[in-house]
Design a protein around this ligand. Structure first.
Ligand code: FAD
Length: 434
């Protein structure tokens, strides 16, 4: 039976099309081979990435010829989300040699985001561009569903924000990092840290060309909510169950909504411990999703989402053309997100607004700050935890303080009180800045 190397497989399906016995199936997220395979090898010859074999795999050697990696960089950034790409771009602009690693084959995809960001949060990092902005929003509407089933809606105007096209936005940030001189690699995962005692001195990487060890003076872990980099270095990044928002979202097409207004729905019935959102994407489309607090919701977020859409006639008329799922760390600030030779940024460092779940701008701010501190420490020849802690100190003095305050506010209102007038006032102020 033909063997699949899932590291190399890029899920294109060309193998399926030539199989004479129908033994191959491109399932939702992986290629499956069944017992009817005759080992004829036709699929092997059409596979563009060399992921199929009729014999056990050989390691074809680190580096290959197409994507050679240097042995050593000043900085390796793991993860090309907004946090990682901004870190790589800023460090490269400061003259550091930078390697930016992304395990997925396409930066920004699949999207795990509702894509909302305020104008003032975006412009410190990149000028707005219609190539990756789906909608400009100027108003917000809040609907609260009480326990008695009655709903109350308030509307606010003013302010300016965007609903992004993150599939393009994330890639543009990585392209900017590349233009600044960073080396960017896709389908290349960090699989471990190289350690020198308790100090991080590089990264073990796995790509379609094999595995390699690459050294660096500093590593930035920007590997998102699923981060493992911090734990590899001994940092405690475990996300408390009650601080995890479990989210599901459809991109709905063919709906009639106000194209310049974001809508929020709060209530234990709608989304226990969280909220539902409708973010317009232009052309009669919107990101319609919700997040539920994992420890109080009795059912999966997707079930709540389907029920929510069905309860809103103007949404129920649409068709889901994309399903997005993801977890959001609405957690307290980590006590440590720096160690010898390593810094964490963005979702990996749980730098998300605990009230709204917004994390794009925080990740970019953290990426910039981490790059700044890495540049200073490398220039001074000291990348110890004591030196790199300047990143933690500056973070806590700025955005970190705001996020800590927001976490305390979230804790003041247990899930059953999130629809109260007082909590709604707090929430409205918080999303106003999202
Ligand atoms: P990510 O964007 O998650 O990027 C991490 C990257 O690291 C990924 O590309 C991943 O593939 C890569 N990676 C992971 N491990 C490895 C490895 N070992 N090797 C190489 N690469 C690796 N925020 C907002 O501001 N506004 C919103 O409207 C909003 N809505 C959201 C809706 C949902 C449903 C969800 C789930 C989140 C939402 N967020 C929102 C949060 C926002 O998406 C994140 O906070 C933001 O993407 C964090 O950026 P990041 O760079 O830290 O991580």
């Amino acid at each position: 039976m033909v063997l699949v190397d899932h590291i190399r497989c890029a899920y294109c399906g060309s193998c399926v099309s030539v199989c004479p016995v129908g033994a191959l199936d491109l399932a939702e997220t992986r290629l499956l081979v069944d017992q009817s395979c005759t080992d004829c090898g036709l699929c092997v010859s059409v596979c563009p990435t060399g992921a199929l074999h009729t014999e056990p795999f050989r390691d074809i050697g680190a580096g290959g010829t197409m994507w050679p990696l240097r042995r050593r960089y000043d900085l390796i950034v793991i993860g090309a989300g907004p946090g990682g790409s901004i870190a790589a771009r800023e460090a490269a602009r400061q003259g550091l040699s930078v390697l930016l690693l992304e395990k997925r084959q396409e930066i920004g995809s699949p999207v795990r985001c509702a894509e909302g960001i305020a104008h003032e949060q975006l412009i410190p990092f990149i000028a707005p561009d219609s190539h990756w902005i789906s909608a400009t929003v100027t108003g917000a509407e809040f609907t609260v569903a009480g326990d008695d089933g009655r709903t109350e809606t308030t509307r606010g105007e003013g302010g300016s924000g965007y609903v992004l096209e993150r599939r393009v936005f994330d890639r543009v940030l990585a392209e900017q990092a590349a233009s600044a001189g960073a080396e960017v690699r896709v389908k290349t995962a960090a699989t471990a840290l190289l350690m020198d005692g308790r100090a991080v001195r590089g990264v073990r990487v796995r790509s379609p060309f094999g595995e390699a060890e690459v050294e660096s003076r500093v590593v930035i872990g920007a590997d998102g909510v699923e981060s493992r980099v911090g734990a590899w270095a001994g940092l405690d990044t475990t996300l408390p169950h009650q601080d995890t928002m479990s989210c599901a979202q459809f991109l709905l097409a063919g709906i009639d909504i106000d194209p310049a207004c974001t809508c929020y729905y709060v209530g234990m019935d709608v989304a226990p411990g969280g909220y539902a959102w409708v973010f317009p994407k232009g052309e009669r489309r919107a990101n319609v999703g919700l997040g539920v607090q994992a420890n109080v919701a009795g059912r999966p977020a997707l079930d709540y989402l389907v029920r929510f859409v069905e309860s809103q006639p103007h949404l129920a008329q649409g068709s889901p053309v994309t399903l997005v799922t993801g977890g959001v760390p609405v957690a307290p600030q980590l006590s440590r997100f720096v160690t010898n030779g390593l810094m964490l940024v963005g979702d990996a460092a749980r730098q998300v607004d605990p009230l709204t779940g917004g994390g794009i701008a925080n990740a970019m701010a953290a990426g910039r700050l981490a790059a700044e501190v890495a540049t200073e420490c490398i220039a001074a020849g000291d990348v110890s935890v004591a030196a790199l802690s300047a990143y933690e100190t500056r973070w806590h003095a700025g955005l970190g303080r705001k996020l800590a305050r927001r976490y305390r506010l979230k804790e003041r209102f247990p899930p059953s009180e999130r629809a109260s007038r007082e909590c709604m006032r707090v929430f409205i102020v918080a999303v106003g800045g999202k």
